[in-house]
Write a protein that binds this ligand. Structure first.
Ligand SMILES: C[S@@+](CC[C@H](N)C(=O)[O-])C[C@H]1O[C@@H](n2cnc3c(N)ncnc32)[C@H](O)[C@@H]1O
Length: 245
């Protein structure tokens, strides 16, 4: 399948690894919040080297990575057309690619060229997966059976949360579903509540709004979807499903 020819008008191109020059890496349209808050984690080679390990991802999620990834892949069927709007460290993308199988199609987008290049390398054995340099708030392709938005929303400011949620919902086919896995307000007696508040206060300034706002509240046409939510690990994490029609 030629993925580079798909997409609506204005859909960003797929970048072959050879096209990703050092200049591109230095000058692409990276949003301010990413540069200012997360440069160390996602835009530097050192951050990528240190963090792109399943053990690190699992530790950051207090041992829940496997469970939350399974909660996502459980929503997929072989042969589906799936969008992953942002690269994720560890084995997440490979597990999505395995879940859709060789008859399926997985589009992964990320706004950071360094992540796109790295993810292309990680997925070279999965021809069903294509990695694109693009912004989840403006990606223009549609007709996806499932969109898997894994721990992206907590890293973006409020206006971006609105734009990303609405753009992803608009990318769904009739009957398609968006799966949002992210932070959620923990139980009031949760032993890690104070720790997480301190982590958000020092490192993740856009995360704690997910303790106050339902993900459905970011959708303009929330009524066009049926919503369900399940929480995990004392409420610290959530899986929200929005099914169209
Ligand atoms: C999905 S989030 C975090 C996931 C998880 N914490 C992990 O271990 O990777 C990180 C990725 O989101 C990307 N990103 C941030 N804002 C984006 C946007 N608006 N569109 C596409 N990708 C974005 C960053 O470049 C980064 O690669």
């Amino acid at each position: 399948m030629d993925h580079s020819s798909r997409g609506g008008a204005g859909a960003p191109p797929v970048f072959a690894r050879s096209e990703m020059s050092a200049d591109r890496v230095a000058t692409s349209g990276i949003p301010d919040y990413l540069e200012e808050t997360y440069h160390w984690a996602y835009l530097s080679k050192l951050g990528r080297l240190l963090l792109d390990r399943s053990l690190v991802v699992s530790s950051i999620l207090w041992g829940n990575a496997g469970r939350l990834i399974r909660a996502t892949t459980d929503e997929l069927r072989p042969g589906e057309r799936v969008l992953q709007p942002a690269c994720v460290y560890g084995s997440f993308s490979r597990q999505l690619a395995s879940a859709v199988g060789s008859e399926g199609c997985l589009d992964i987008i990320d706004v950071a060229p360094i992540q796109v290049e790295h993810c292309q390398r990680k997925l070279k054995d999965f021809p069903q997966a294509q990695v694109h340099l693009a912004n989840a708030a403006t990606w223009g392709d549609y007709d996806y059976d499932t969109v898997c938005c894994f721990f992206l929303l907590h890293e973006v400011p409020e206006d971006y949360k609105h734009r990303i949620v609405n753009n992803l919902l608009g990318a769904l086919s009739q009957g398609g579903k968006a799966v949002f896995v992210d932070y959620h307000r923990p139980h009031r007696l949760h032993p890690l509540k104070g720790v997480m508040r301190a982590v958000f206060g020092s490192l993740e300034p856009y995360a704690q709004s997910l303790w106050k706002h339902e993900i459905s509240s970011y959708a303009e046409n929330a009524g066009d979807f049926s919503w369900s939510k399940r929480t995990y690990f004392g409420g610290l994490y959530q899986k929200v499903i929005a099914q169209r029609g």
